[in-house]
Write a protein that binds this ligand. Structure first.
Ligand SMILES: *Cc1c(COP(=O)(O)O)cnc(C)c1O
Length: 341
């Protein structure tokens, strides 16, 4: 099973993790059935567990975060409706415009504040009056963490309050909500309080190979299941994958704190390199400004040191359960050697 990239420290994303031996054992031992018939006991357990952890009535296992978010958009909005979303949000910018293409849902993107949030006044101004000239503003979609930054509970509470007062539903793209909860030292349920639906990636820092869960009310999830089927996300003996997700929720949430420590450790390690500027990380991402002329050379030098990274003028370095503290020190040393040379 070993391949060339096994030996590398891979900092490109927190999606690059390989399932551990224990996770693979859980997958191999999973009881399965045909989930399109609702017969897969392991999928049912994952969905029940996710609903419980995130404080919603029900949950649905989806093959990807992109599909979970698209299902949420399609379930909340009808053709000709609109959702308010950040300019840099994954649902708007990085999901190929699925809501518009497949749902005829118009996005209303607005600019982010420096902390990644959407200003409440901007949200308020973006809500269109009930007038036949306009699309019907139906949904507010937020993302936490956003660019590795944590939205504060006071803020999300206020945003949910505003949206609900104005008759909008709310969705949280919580691809990395577990990182936010661990960072804030609050429960997963508290971290998503107030949102009508939330999607959570099992395949990022949590270390599962595949999958997301979408949580919401029972009626919402019943409708969501129809959209998932239409989008081709109805899978059969998928308990094998759900077992990895269950394992991840059981074993890999609290340990995200190690990834946050490793990110902070690298930021400190790089802070005395004059040529680059490193932003203090909040969770598992370090962002560094690299001189454009040196990006290619740095990427090659790192690769020669066994480090895989996408070096760019605004560089993202992601931490996950396949990067150890010793690896962090190797990475810092490789950066220093490059800029000293
Ligand atoms: C990765 C990600 C998604 C989508 O997940 P995929 O499983 O890659 O489709 C959605 N939102 C955010 C914020 C993400 O980082």
């Amino acid at each position: 099973m070993a391949n060339d990239t096994d030996k590398l420290i891979d900092l490109r994303s927190d999606t690059v993790t390989r399932p551990s031996a224990a996770m693979r054992a859980a997958m191999a031992a999973a009881e399965v059935g045909d989930d399109v018939y609702g017969d897969d006991p392991t999928v049912n357990r994952l969905q029940a567990r996710a609903a419980e952890l995130f404080g919603h009535e029900a949950a649905l296992f989806a093959p990807s975060g992109t599909q979970a978010n698209l299902i949420a958009l399609l379930t909340h909005c009808q053709r000709g409706d609109e959702y308010i979303v950040g300019q840099g949000a994954h649902t708007y910018k990085y999901e190929a415009g699925g809501g518009a293409v497949l749902g005829s849902i118009q996005p209303q993107p607005i600019a982010h504040q420096a902390d990644g949030s959407l200003a409440l006044t901007d949200i308020e101004h973006a809500i269109k009056p009930d007038d036949f000239h306009f699309a019907r503003t139906r949904l507010l979609a937020l993302e936490n963490t956003f660019g590795g930054r944590v939205l504060q509970p006071g803020y999300t509470q206020a945003a949910n309050g505003l949206a609900h007062r104005r008759g909008l539903a709310t969705h949280l793209d919580g691809a990395r909500i577990c990182n936010a909860a661990v960072k804030l030292g609050i429960s997963l349920r508290e971290a998503v309080t107030g949102f009508d639906s939330v999607s959570v990636c099992l395949s990022k820092g949590l270390g599962a190979p595949v999958g997301s869960v979408l949580c919401g009310g029972r009626a919402f999830i019943d409708q969501a299941r129809r959209w998932r089927k239409m989008l081709g996300g109805g899978m059969r003996q998928t308990g094998i994958l759900a077992a990895a997700g269950l394992y991840a929720l059981e074993h890999n949430v609290a340990r995200l704190a190690e990834d946050h420590e490793n990110a902070a450790r690298l930021a400190r390690g790089l802070s005395d390199i004059a040529e680059i500027k490193v932003n203090a990380p909040e969770t598992n991402m370090v962002f560094a400004e690299i001189p454009a002329a040196q990006c290619c050379l740095l990427e090659e030098a790192l690769r020669r040191s066994g480090i895989l990274a996408q070096v760019a003028p605004h560089m993202r370095i992601a931490f996950h359960l396949d990067v150890s503290r010793a690896d962090v020190d190797r990475v810092a040393a490789a950066f220093k050697e490059f800029f000293a040379g």
